[in-house]
Design a protein around this ligand. Structure first.
Ligand code: THU
Length: 148
């Protein structure tokens, strides 16, 4: 799938953002290895804490459908009043969720429009260097590392 199509899906997903408190709408689109695309939006809450980011909404939708391998994630966001203006970067909690399921070369597209070149492509490794992940709790791997 073209990067542009995934970005378009993120822009569409943002239309469903529930963000009456911040007025800041975020959309995400997650491409699974199966070829399916899962959209996600931010879902806020009057108690604030239960708010879920768009990125995690997309991941949890996909994971709950049985997906475990992912190719790329597109993200767009900004004030709901007015057009998209700049790229946004995922919060730390969402990066950690990505690290649970995605390798360091997982592609994250930070977009501000669906036009040609209106995005930056980064890897999860760039967004979360030296992260704590499943490998840290894998006994075999820890033993190997201890031998070094
Ligand atoms: N938000 C996301 O959905 N993803 C991000 O990467 C950053 C922040 C949401 C949470 C909240 O609903 C609003 O944006 C303002 O923080």
């Amino acid at each position: 799938m073209e990067d542009r199509e995934l970005i378009r899906a993120a822009i569409r997903a943002r239309e469903n953002a529930y963000c009456p408190y911040s007025g800041y709408g975020v959309g995400a689109a997650l491409l699974a290895a199966s070829g399916r695309v899962y959209g996600g939006c931010n879902i806020e809450n009057a108690a604030f804490g239960p708010t879920n980011c768009a990125e995690r909404t997309a991941f949890f939708k996909a994971l709950s459908e049985g997906e475990r391998q992912f190719r790329a994630l597109a993200i767009v966001g900004g004030p709901t009043a007015g057009a998209l203006q700049e790229s946004i970067s995922p919060c730390g909690v969402c990066r950690q969720v990505m690290a649970e399921f995605c390798p360091p070369d997982f592609r994250v597209l930070l977009a501000w429009g669906e036009g040609e070149g209106q995005y930056r492509a980064l890897t999860l490794g760039q967004l979360l260097p030296l992260g704590f992940g499943p490998g840290n709790l894998n006994r075999e791997r820890s033993e190997r590392d201890a031998d070094v």
